[in-house]
Ligand binder design. Structure first.
Ligand SMILES: Cc1ncc(COP(=O)(O)O)c(C=O)c1O
Length: 396
C-alpha cells in the first residue's frame, strides 16, 4: 500500500503564480524565449549596501541560531519604524520576524484561527490567502468586490458577511493582484464597521512603499485606537528592497499573538535565516535611495503598461495605484478562437497566451476573479515592449 496522505493534503493547491512561473521555465528550458510577466518579483538586484551587510554578518560569525522571533536588533528597529514612521506605538515584543511575509501570514493565521472560525477575504485576493486559511481548519468566506466598485470591499459588504463565527478580516492595500489602494477614508469606514463587531483584522501591507500618482498607503492599525489590540500588520523586505530570495517578513501583532507566533516558530523553523535578518536590518535602517530609484523605474513601467493596455483590442484595466501589477479585464475575448483554440475562461486564456504567444500571465481565477489576467511589471522595459507586441499579435 502506498503511504496515504493526510486529509489536509486535499485542502491546498500549488500556488498558481508559481505554477505559471514553472510552466514558463519549462518552455524556457526548451529554448523558447518566454516573455515572463507571471511572478511578482522585482527584477532589480538587492542593493549593494544590503548585500554588504550580509557579508559582514557572515564574516563576523552571525551564522548560528537566533532567537525564534528574530534578532533583538531587527525587532527593535521594526518597533521604532512602526512607532515613528507609521505612528503605531509598538514594542519589540510585538514584532515577529519570519521566513518571508507568506510565513508571517501563515503563523498569524495559526495563532488566531481554527476549525469553526470564518475568515472574510475580499476577492480578488492574493493567491495564498484562502489556502492558508484552510490549513488552519477555518473557512474562507470570499466576498466578491467587482471592478465597478474599484475592487474595494465596502463596510456594508463586510457587515453583511459577519456571523458569530467570523474571526478575521483579511485586507491588502496596495493589493496584489489589482494594485488597488484604499483611501484613508475608505479604510476608516471599514475600521468603524469592524469595531462594531468582534472581528480581528490581518492587514497585509507588503506593498506599502510602492504607490504611484500621489496615492498614500495607510497602516490600518493606526486608524482608530481600539484597532491595535485586534490587528495583525504584515509586511517585509521582499518587494520594497528586491529581497524575495532572502525570505524575511514580519508581523506586528498584539502581545499574546506575537508571543504565540514566536513559540510556534521555535517548534517549527527555529528562526529565520540569521544572515538575512542582518541584511534586513540594513535594508530598514540604511540609506533608502535604492528604494526611490526602483520606484522611479516602476513608475515609468506602469505608465508604459497602461499606454499599451489601452491600445490592446477589448482589454481594460483599472490603473493600479500601487504594487506592480496590471489586472487586465480580458473577458471580452472569451468565446474567441485564439492561438487555434476556443478560449472560454481566464485559465484557458493564460495557457493559450503562454503556448502560442509565449507570454506568461496569471489567470484571474487564481485570485478568485474570473475574467481577468494579471501582468506583473516587475520586468525590464525591453521585455515589456516585446510582451505587448506579442499580446497585440495574439489578440489581433
Ligand atoms: C500580497 C502579498 N502578501 C505577501 C506576499 C509574500 O511575500 P514574501 O515573499 O515576503 O513571502 C506576497 C508575495 O507575492 C504578496 O503579493
Amino acid at each position: 500500500m502506498p503511504l496515504a496522505l493526510a486529509e489536509r493534503s486535499n485542502l491546498i493547491a500549488p500556488s498558481a503564480t508559481l505554477m505559471m512561473a514553472a510552466e514558463a521555465k519549462r518552455l524556457k528550458a526548451e529554448g523558447i524565449a518566454v516573455l515572463d510577466f507571471a511572478l511578482g518579483e522585482p527584477d532589480f538586484p538587492t542593493p549593494d549596501n544590503i548585500q554588504e551587510a550580509a557579508r559582514r554578518a557572515m564574516q563576523s560569525g552571525q551564522t548560528h541560531y537566533t532567537p525564534p522571533a528574530g534578532i533583538p536588533e531587527l525587532r527593535q528597529a521594526l518597533a521604532d519604524l512602526y512607532t515613528k514612521r507609521h505612528g503605531l506605538p509598538t514594542q519589540a515584543a510585538q514584532t515577529v520576524i519570519s521566513n518571508g511575509a507568506k510565513h508571517s501570514i501563515h503563523n498569524a493565521l495559526m495563532a488566531v484561527c481554527g476549525p469553526g472560525d470564518e475568515v472574510i477575504i475580499p476577492a480578488p485576493y492574493w493567491v495564498s490567502y484562502s489556502d492558508l486559511v484552510k490549513l488552519t481548519g477555518a473557512t474562507p468566506i470570499i466576498i466578491e468586490t467587482p471592478e465597478s466598485s474599484g475592487f474595494k470591499l465596502t463596510p456594508e459588504q463586510f457587515s453583511a458577511a459577519v456571523t458569530p463565527r467570523s474571526k478575521l478580516l483579511m485586507i491588502n492595500s496596495p493589493s496584489n493582484p489589482t494594485g488597488v489602494v484604499y483611501s484613508r477614508g475608505e479604510l476608516e469606514a471599514l475600521a468603524d464597521a469592524v469595531l462594531k463587531t468582534q472581528v480581528g483584522v490581518l492587514s497585509d501591507e507588503i506593498y506599502e512603499q510602492l504607490t504611484y500618482n500621489g496615492e498614500q498607503p495607510t497602516c490600518f492599525a493606526t486608524l482608530r485606537p481600539a484597532l491595535a489590540e485586534r490587528t495583525i500588520t504584515i509586511s517585509g523586505v521582499s518587494k520594497t528592497y528586491a529581497m524575495t530570495g532572502w525570505r524575511i517578513g514580519w508581523a506586528i501583532a498584539p502581545l499574546a499573538v506575537a508571543k504565540f507566533m514566536g513559540d510556534l516558530q521555535s517548534q517549527e523553523t527555529s528562526n529565520p535565516c540569521s544572515v538575512s535578518q542582518w541584511a534586513a536590518l540594513e535594508a530598514i535602517n540604511g540609506p533608502q535611495d535604492s528604494v526611490v530609484a526602483m520606484k522611479e523605474q516602476f513608475t515609468k513601467r506602469r505608465a508604459y503598461v497602461l499606454e499599451r493596455i489601452a491600445a490592446l483590442p477589448n482589454v481594460t484595466c483599472i490603473p493600479p495605484g500601487g504594487a506592480f501589477y496590471a489586472f487586465m479585464n480580458v473577458s471580452a475575448h472569451f468565446g474567441r478562437t485564439l492561438g487555434g483554440k476556443v478560449v472560454t475562461n481566464s485559465t484557458e486564456f493564460c495557457l493559450t497566451a503562454l503556448a502560442s504567444a509565449h507570454v506568461a500571465l496569471v489567470m484571474g481565477a487564481a485570485f478568485g476573479a474570473e475574467g481577468y489576467a494579471r501582468l506583473s511589471f516587475a520586468t525590464d522595459m525591453r521585455t515589456l515592449e516585446k510582451g505587448f507586441d506579442a499580446l497585440e499579435r495574439f489578440l489581433g
